[in-house]
Design a protein around this ligand. Structure first.
Ligand SMILES: Cc1cc2nc3c(=O)[nH]c(=O)nc-3n(C[C@H](O)[C@H](O)[C@H](O)COP(=O)(O)OP(=O)(O)OC[C@H]3O[C@@H](n4cnc5c(N)ncnc54)[C@H](O)[C@@H]3O)c2cc1C
Length: 397
């Protein structure tokens, strides 16, 4: 084969909201075409399926629902395309030329999309690598929650709030406490009025004991693998939670939801693109370095000044997939990612929610249109074409 006919290798590291959507759009533009482009796409993920993280707190309190949150890649018809490889493996290091895997193999690439997200400790971050393990992981956590009279959730970010609310809503007779170190919960660009309304809903409507301005003294385990907090659990049985105020909260089940850990220990790119918020990117979502234009970073791992959300991750992946397609096909100029407005929808049990969109706090009725019984699972399954084959979508010129 001559050099001009050389197959172009595209690698996607991470296959969830961002990575899977990148694969989806590369497929619709490059491979679903009547004459598929001369590319080969490899998606690598440590799991054998997509995980709908948005529903994970309810999945722990309602495991029959939780089992549905994992959609095995084997259920996606179009990924059997001969120019796609889905590889289940752990990424140990990414350089400017290769993705190194824990099994000792490497994937070299012409284009790379980094979509490894952020790390959260298990069980929220999901330690499992197969659906079968996931079902067992949920069952174990659920048993511990069911047996507990006293539950303590530490960390009043979105995840801790949803966790405490889901436990109390599903098990009203349990004593559920939510501890947060600051005077109000929910870090990020949100209004105090929104924060106060969330505290009111938790306390008055749901019955959670909200403890503010107090910190835990408990020592937490460190992640054993750098960048892989999901392999370490921060949920414990029979572990009282000690606070700086001197109080001790009895806890038959305690879970620490203290934010995310970075995936950056897995990234060996020029130091100038590694920032505290993730990998620096241009508006085209190319890594922000003149020699790294063939590498894109999308979703939670990229350092855009935005609230890190699944929808933002999917949108960024769409832009990156289009830009790689434009480069491969020689069509038009690269597209740029529009700024995404700050927003936060908190789902607190099945009957309560709160939503801030930009600077506006929406009321319950207006927000209802975004609240789904399955916590958006089917919307994401459809949006990512996880169970249907999408049609060819030519690029606009
Ligand atoms: C409880 C909870 C509730 C949430 N609620 C909402 C919400 O209501 N709305 C919203 O928009 N967002 C919500 N989010 C945030 C949302 O889940 C993230 O923004 C989203 O997951 C980011 O997508 P991503 O593809 O960038 O990363 P991820 O979804 O984290 O995907 C990263 C992928 O990379 C893989 N990976 C990581 N490391 C490795 C490795 N070393 N080797 C191989 N594979 C690896 C992982 O297995 C995973 O598949 C919530 C998150 C949680 C935890």
């Amino acid at each position: 084969m001559s050099d001009s006919a050389k197959r172009i290798e595209i690698v996607i590291a991470g296959g969830n909201y961002a990575g899977f959507n990148a694969l989806h759009h590369l497929y619709t533009v490059l491979l679903a075409a009547p004459s598929p482009a001369n590319v080969h796409i490899t998606l690598v993920d440590r799991r054998d399926g997509f995980v709908h993280f948005i529903g994970i707190t309810r999945g722990l309190t309602e495991p029959e629902f939780g089992e549905k949150l994992w959609v095995p890649y084997s259920e996606t018809p179009w990924i059997s395309h001969p120019q796609i490889t889905v590889k289940q493996a752990t990424v140990s290091q990414i350089t400017a030329t290769a993705v190194h895997l824990a099994d000792g193999s490497t994937l070299s690439f012409d284009y790379l999309i980094i979509a490894l997200g952020q790390s959260r400790f298990a069980p929220i971050g999901v330690a499992s690598t197969t659906h079968q393990e996931f079902v067992a992981e949920l069952a174990e956590a659920h048993e511990n929650i069911k047996k507990a009279d006293n539950v303590v959730v530490v960390g009043g970010g979105a995840v801790g709030i949803e966790m405490a609310a889901d436990v109390k809503a599903d098990f009203p007779s349990k004593q559920v406490s939510l501890v947060h170190s600051r005077a109000l919960p929910i870090p990020g660009p949100f209004k105090d009025e929104f924060r106060k309304e969330v505290v009111r809903i938790l306390e008055e409507d749901i019955g959670v004991n909200v403890v503010l301005g107090d910190r835990t003294l408990n020592q937490l385990p460190q992640s054993t693998q750098p960048g892989m907090a999901e392999t370490t659990s921060t949920a414990f049985v029979n572990t009282p939670v000690q606070l700086t105020s001197g109080k001790t909260l009895p806890a038959d089940w305690a879970i620490f939801c203290l934010g995310t850990q970075s995936k950056l220990p897995l990234i060996s790119l020029d130091a100038s693109v590694i920032t505290p918020n993730g990998i620096a990117v241009k508006p085209t979502l190319q890594v922000d370095h003149e020699e790294l234009g063939h590498i894109f970073a999308v979703g939670d791992i990229c350092a855009r000044d935005e609230v890190k959300l699944a929808g933002v991750a999917m949108y960024g992946a769409y832009i990156a997939a289009h830009n790689i397609s434009r480069s491969v096909l020689g069509v038009g100029k690269y597209e740029e990612s529009e700024p995404n407005p700050s927003k936060l929808l908190l789902l607190m049990g099945k009957d309560h929610w709160a939503f801030q969109m930009g600077d506006e706090i929406w009321d319950k009725e207006r927000t209802r249109q975004y609240v789904h019984d399955d916590m958006g699972l089917e919307v994401c399954v459809a949006g990512l074409s996880l169970r249907a084959t999408p049609a060819h979508t030519p690029l606009e010129t």
